[in-house]
Design a protein around this ligand. Structure first.
Ligand code: ZN
Length: 268
């Protein structure tokens, strides 16, 4: 078992730059054009206001840092056929064949069975969930699962939305006999890089979300609410319908674009 901790460096930088911008005009404006005594009084007042501003920003930061989405426990009504552990769908594999029959195995028992059958040296490891702060200071809790896929080893990281994998999702692939810690060492920076980037933003006096810059990274899933097969995008860890994304793109009417699709194990 291991766990990782993270810090929100970008949040601190943002706060500092806000103060840098606010305070010099505040002090200069209060002190200009008045006598020395009055200037002293205003200096005290400015110091007091400065303190209030810092406290307000700290309170705002605390609220942002502690923002969490309500947790819905996964459905673990199934049990692993081998070890008897209660398992959710994302923690298990429906494994077997028509000839031998199918069994639900937890990922640890599945990996052990596959490794033994293939003569592979493999030691399963269950990583503890990891909490990462995004660009806005919101907490994202990532769960990790490892599976042997033929001669590859897949490490997946995902959030849980209503008890099922959703939101941000990542995959790192390695050779089946690779050290799992090496894959984890690739995974964590990849998670932190993507969640620290904001692609969608809100604009004052304009409804809905908008593309923050000219580059959008995301994941393609399917929209189960639509009768016809339509994509549902996941951008900044949130679901964006194809229709909503189309409305955002209309801001760029007349522009050109390049769309590049990558495997889920690649970094975008
Ligand atoms: Zn098991």
């Amino acid at each position: 078992m291991i766990s990782f901790s993270t810090t929100n460096i970008s949040g601190e930088v943002r706060i500092s730059s806000t103060l840098d911008r606010m305070c010099p005009p505040l002090l200069r404006g209060r002190c200009a054009g008045i006598g020395a005594a009055a200037a002293g009084l205003v200096w005290v007042r400015a110091r007091w206001r400065f303190g209030e501003i810092v406290k307000a920003l700290e309170r705002s930061m605390e609220r942002k840092s502690s923002r969490k989405t309500p947790t819905v426990e996964p459905d673990r009504s199934k049990r692993c056929h081998t070890c008897g552990r209660s398992i959710a769908g994302f923690e298990s594999v429906h494994y077997g064949s028509e000839k031998t029959g199918y069994r639900d195995l937890c990922n640890a028992c599945f990996n052990a069975e596959v490794a033994e059958a293939g003569g592979i040296e493999f030691s399963h490891m269950q990583f503890e969930p990891l909490e990462v702060l995004d660009f806005a200071g919101a907490v994202h809790r990532f769960y990790f699962e490892t599976r042997i896929l033929g001669d590859k080893l897949s490490l997946e990281a995902f959030e849980l939305v209503d008890g099922n994998p959703g939101g941000y999702e990542f995959q790192v692939l390695g050779d089946v006999e690779d050290d799992l810690f090496v894959l984890m060492g690739q995974m964590v920076p990849r998670i932190r890089r993507l969640v620290s980037q904001q692609h969608l933003t809100r604009e004052p006096h304009m409804p809905g979300l908008h593309i923050a810059d000219c580059l959008v990274r995301g994941r393609i899933t399917s929209d189960l609410d639509e009768d016809v097969r339509m994509p549902m995008l996941v951008i900044d860890g949130r679901e964006i319908s194809w229709e909503e994304f189309g409305r955002m793109v209309m801001t760029f009417e007349g522009f050109q674009f390049r769309m590049e699709i990558k495997d889920r194990s690649e970094e975008v």
